[in-house]
Design a protein around this ligand. Structure first.
Ligand code: ZN
Length: 492
């Protein structure tokens, strides 16, 4: 039986069209999902939209729409963007769907039966934009540090969840790696929060009307964060669908640093309470800035992934987004570097190498190569690259995997310069067979490593090589069908 692999992306607030930050995490997951499939694992991959809560209600009102109509339109924008980026999720889970609501109510019923929830009075500072209560300690100059707006003082009679009861067990599971949080800095952040203590939290809301009704108090809804986390179960048809039994627990949750606490503390506690297995790994990506500044509407520096796709194409956009910096660190996206990077890495790097290799094979051998062994140096280099590449891919370090591939691309470029196949051809030197066969083998390795990153372009190359080996790429006038994978673009 195939090993299963269940991975999820965050579900984003349905309040505006997706930006580059949303695209990054979803794309990151897509590359991992494709890689896992190539390793012959049975993959289930989910994306989705978080469609409840007061901020959604507020945005809908501002747009003169009812909330459902509003989120329907936003969800479509997400679907469109993910299609443009060739993201192949299995389910796009929407929290206003019947499937989700049904699963959430089942979860809350199970929670209610555990004795882990109790009625209490909540007084707190609530940031409407975070949909979350903040502590005095978290405020910066009296403002929410993320939204730079003052929180409201709120007093409500809510149902509370006994989070504190589970903190020691969560700590133990993090320390013994049953619950892996990567990178280490994010794991330490969570251990610190647990060490400093964290209060129980309320799981029902009086102020929020746009949500799933809380079954045990009239007029309250289920806290949007609790409900949103449960999407990782409802996407599988929790509690009774056989898909849930097959794929849960998740092998990987990909999330952003701003929602680490919810995923690494609240979520495991809720799961422990109802006796459901915990996720195996939580991968936390860092924050981005755009040209050194925080992404914001007021600064007007929000990058729409659709703009990048129309300029560079889907595959190049995928490459440009994940090759800028290691995901686990905070990174700065410099849009102005994209064109240069496109030309350097894609047009001159991969594209040029593959064109050179195939051109020589067609021109000198009409696509037919003798069966021969490969050059020892290149065999060694492939083995080293493979070892590094797979290690990085298995640890979700996509940036470093790409670096491994590019190091090998350089090696093949140097091999061509050293061997000078054009001289061997001119002198009718029989060594040319081995050199070209080695190059073709190297090129096919590169394609197999890059397939999860640039799936359409690698498919084009595979088809081209298939035709080449059948001698079908020379036209009747003697000219060659060119492999022009990444045409150069004008730099700004
Ligand atoms: Zn806030």
């Amino acid at each position: 039986m195939k090993n299963k692999f269940y991975l999820t992306t965050p579900i984003y607030y349905a309040i505006s069209k997706p930006h580059i930050g949303h695209a990054f995490a979803t794309l990151y997951a897509d590359i991992i999902a494709r890689y896992q499939k190539l390793q012959n694992r049975k993959v289930f991959f989910t994306a989705g939209a978080d469609e409840h809560g007061s901020i959604v209600e507020k945005k809908a009102r501002q747009a003169n729409k009812n909330p459902q109509e509003f989120v329907d339109e936003i969800a479509l924008l997400y679907l469109k963007a993910w299609r443009a980026l060739e993201i192949q999720y299995d389910v796009f889970i929407r929290t206003t769907s019947k499937q989700h609501k049904k699963g959430v109510l089942n979860f809350i019923e199970q929670l209610y039966r555990t004795n882990d929830i109790y009625p209490g009075l909540y007084e707190g500072l609530y940031c409407i934009n975070c949909e979350n209560f903040l502590t005095e300690k978290e405020l910066v100059n009296g403002l929410c540090p993320d939204h730079l707006k003052p929180p409201q003082k709120i007093k409500e009679k809510n149902y509370f969840f006994r989070l504190q009861k589970y903190l020691p067990l969560i700590k133990e599971k993090i320390l013994n790696q049953e619950l892996k949080i990567i990178p280490k800095s994010r794991r330490n952040e969570i251990l610190n929060i647990i060490e400093n203590g964290i209060p129980d939290f309320s799981i029902s809301r009086e102020k929020v009307k746009w949500g799933i009704p809380f079954p045990y108090i009239d007029g309250q809804t289920i806290y949007v964060w609790v409900e949103a986390l449960i999407n990782y179960l409802t996407a599988l048809g929790f509690p009774n669908n056989k898909r849930f039994k097959e794929f849960w627990p998740s092998d990987l949750h990909i999330i952003g640093a701003d929602i680490n606490k919810f995923h690494s503390i609240f979520w495991p506690a809720l799961l422990l309470s109802i006796g459901t297995a915990l996720p195996k790994t939580i991968f936390v990506h860092g924050f981005f800035t755009i040209n050194g500044q925080k992404m914001s509407k007021t600064l007007g520096n929000i990058i729409d992934p659709m703009t990048l796709v129309s300029k560079f194409g889907a595959d190049a956009t995928r490459y440009l987004l994940v090759s800028q910096f290691p995901a686990s660190e905070h990174g700065d996206i410099k849009e102005s570097d994209f064109s240069l990077k496109y030309n350097t890495d894609l047009a001159n790097g991969i594209g040029n190498l593959l064109e050179r290799i195939t051109t020589m094979i067609i021109d000198y051998k009409n696509g037919f190569l003798k069966k021969t062994n490969f050059d020892k140096n290149i065999i060694d280099s492939v083995q080293k690259t493979e070892k590094d590449y797979f290690k990085h891919m298995e640890n979700y370090e996509l940036f470093y995997s790409l670096q491994d591939v590019f190091l090998f691309i350089k090696t093949l470029d140097q091999y061509i310069e050293l061997q000078k196949p054009w001289v061997l051809n001119k002198n009718q030197d029989t060594r040319i067979d081995k050199v070209l066969a080695t190059l073709l083998w190297g090129a096919e390795k590169i394609i197999s490593w890059l397939e999860p990153f640039i799936p359409s372009k690698t498919l084009i190359v595979k088809n081209y090589l298939f035709k080449m080996k059948k001698g079908k790429l020379k036209l009747s006038d003697g000219k060659r069908v060119r492999l022009n994978l990444f045409p150069r673009i004008k730099e700004e």
